[in-house]
Design a protein around this ligand. Structure first.
Ligand code: LLP
Length: 372
C-alpha cells in the first residue's frame, strides 16, 4: 500500500492489481458460464469500468445502476435487472436501452412490464425469480432465499406465474432466477440450490438459469485469502446442476469480486483513556462503513503508522458519529496508537462506499484513491 501520509482522510483505497488478479481467477475458472457483476456491491465508476472492460455483464437493481453500468461500458444485452420494486420509469429505461433480462419478482410486476413493453412496441425478456427456500446459514439480515423473505415467487405459485408469462403479449419467458443469500462460505447451500433447480427443470423449460451471487470472502484473514476459491465454487454447479442442451448458466457475483481490493483508510483523531477502556476515535464512522453497525460485521483493523513490533494495547475502535452503534471493533489488540495514526479497515471494497451516507453531514462525499 502506498504512503498516505499527507492525504486527507477518510477515503476508500482500491488495489486495482488485486481486482485484476481476482478477475483473472474468475475468467480462468468460469469456463462458459456468464458472470454479471452485482453493482450494488460497489458502483464506483472506476471499478465498474474496470470490470466491464474484462467482459463481465452487470446485475442492477435500479435505473441508476443500469445507467451507471451503461456509462461504464457494459453492453445493454449483458445487463440483468432485479429488485422487488421496479418503478415504471426504471422499467421504461430498461426497455428503451434493451437490457438482457428482467428478473421478475411478482405476477403484478410481470403485468406492468408486459403493459409497458407493449406500449413501447417491444417484448421484454424475463426470468422468474424463484424463492428456493434454502437456508444459507448467513446473517439474518442478508439471507434472501427463505420462505418468509420478500424476494421471488414461491414454488406453489410458480406454475400459475409461468402460465401468466406465456399469456402476456409483452414478455418472453427466457429464464429462471435464484439467489439464496450473501457471504456464504460453505458450498453446501449452493449444492442444495442445484438440486432444487434440477427438480424445477422437469416442470419449466427456459433458455437460461441464473443462480445469483452470494460467494463469501475471508474477513478475518484477508492477506491469507485475498482471492476467493472460485474454482470449487463454479465446480459445485458444474458437478451438480443438470443443464438442458443449449441452456446457459448465469451468476451475479458482487462481494467476492470487489471486497478484498478495498480498504477504508481513516486517521485517529483522539486516543481517549476511559476508566475501563481505551478508545481509538477515528475520522471514519458508520457513515463511511455501516456494515459493523448494521450487521455486527467485523472488518480487520490495522494501524498503518506504528511499527509491527510496537507494544500492544487493547482498544475499542469507534467512529465520530453520534450513535452508540458507531463501533468498528471492541477489545481490538493493536499497537499503542497515537493521534494522527492511519487506520485501515480491510475487506471494505464491497458494500462499503455504496452504503455510505451523509449522516451527521461531516463531508458530502466519500473520496477514494486508486492504486494502479
Ligand atoms: N443477486 C441478487 C439478487 C442479490 O440480492 C445480491 C445481493 C447479489 C446478487 C450479490 O450478492 P453477493 O455476491 O455480493 O453476495 N449489504 C450486505 C449484503 C447485501 C446483499 C444483497 N444482495 C452486506 O454488506 O453484507
Amino acid at each position: 500500500m502506498k504512503e498516505f501520509g499527507a492525504c486527507p482522510t477518510p477515503f476508500y483505497f482500491y488495489d486495482m492489481k488485486l481486482l485484476d488478479l481476482t478477475l483473472d481467477a474468475i475468467i480462468k475458472e468460469k469456463g462458459d458460464f456468464h458472470v454479471h457483476y452485482a453493482l450494488k456491491a460497489n458502483s464506483n465508476p472506476e471499478i465498474v469500468s474496470h470490470i466491464a472492460a474484462r467482459g463481465f455483464g452487470a446485475d442492477c437493481v435500479s435505473g441508476g445502476e443500469i445507467q451507471r453500468a451503461l456509462d461504464c461500458g457494459v453492453p445493454a444485452n449483458k445487463i440483468v435487472f432485479a429488485g422487488v420494486g421496479k418503478t415504471d420509469a426504471e422499467i421504461n429505461l430498461a426497455l428503451r436501452v434493451g437490457i438482457g433480462c428482467f428478473n421478475v419478482e411478482s405476477a403484478e410486476e410481470m403485468q406492468v412490464i408486459s403493459a409497458l413493453a407493449v406500449k413501447a412496441g417491444t417484448v421484454a425478456r424475463i426470468a422468474i425469480r424463484v424463492n428456493p427456500n434454502i437456508d444459507a446459514h448467513t446473517h439474518a439480515n442478508i439471507t434472501t432465499g427463505l420462505a418468509e423473505n420478500k424476494f421471488g415467487i414461491n414454488f406453489e405459485m410458480l406454475p400459475a406465474t409461468v402460465n401468466l408469462a406465456h399469456s402476456l403479449p409483452g414478455v418472453e419467458l427466457t429464464g429462471l432466477h435464484f439467489h439464496i443469500g450473501s457471504q456464504i462460505l460453505d458450498n453446501e447451500p449452493f449444492e442444495r440450490l442445484c438440486h432444487v433447480i434440477n427438480r424445477l427443470q422437469t416442470q419449466v423449460r427456459v433458455n437460461h438459469i441464473n443462480v445469483g451471487g452470494g460467494l463469501g470472502i475471508d474477513y478475518v484473514a484477508p492477506d491469507e485469502h485475498p482471492i476467493p476459491d472460485f474454482g470449487s465454487y463454479f465446480d459445485v454447479f458444474r458437478r451438480n446442476l443438470n443443464l438442458m442442451p443449449g441452456q446457459t448458466l448465469h451468476f451475479e457475483l458482487g462481494r467476492s469480486i470487489v471486497a478484498q481490493c478495498g480498504s477504508l483508510i481513516s486517521r485517529v483523531v483522539y486516543v481517549k483513556h476511559g476508566t475501563a477502556k481505551n478508545f481509538l476515535i477515528c475520522d471514519a464512522g458508520m457513515s463511511e462503513l455501516i456494515r459493523p453497525a448494521l450487521y455486527q460485521a467485523r472488518h480487520k483493523i490495522e494501524n498503518l503508522s506504528e511499527p509491527a513490533d510496537a507494544p500492544i494495547e487493547k482498544y475499542d475502535v469507534v467512529g465520530p458519529v453520534c450513535e452508540s452503534s458507531d463501533v468498528f471493533g471492541t477489545d481490538e489488540l493493536l499497537p499503542v496508537s497515537c493521534r494522527g495514526d492511519l487506520i485501515a479497515f480491510r475487506s471494505a471494497g464491497a458494500y462499503g462506499e455504496t452504503m455510505a451516507s451523509n449522516y451527521n453531514l461531516r463531508h458530502l462525499e466519500t473520496p477514494f484513491y486508486l492504486e494502479k
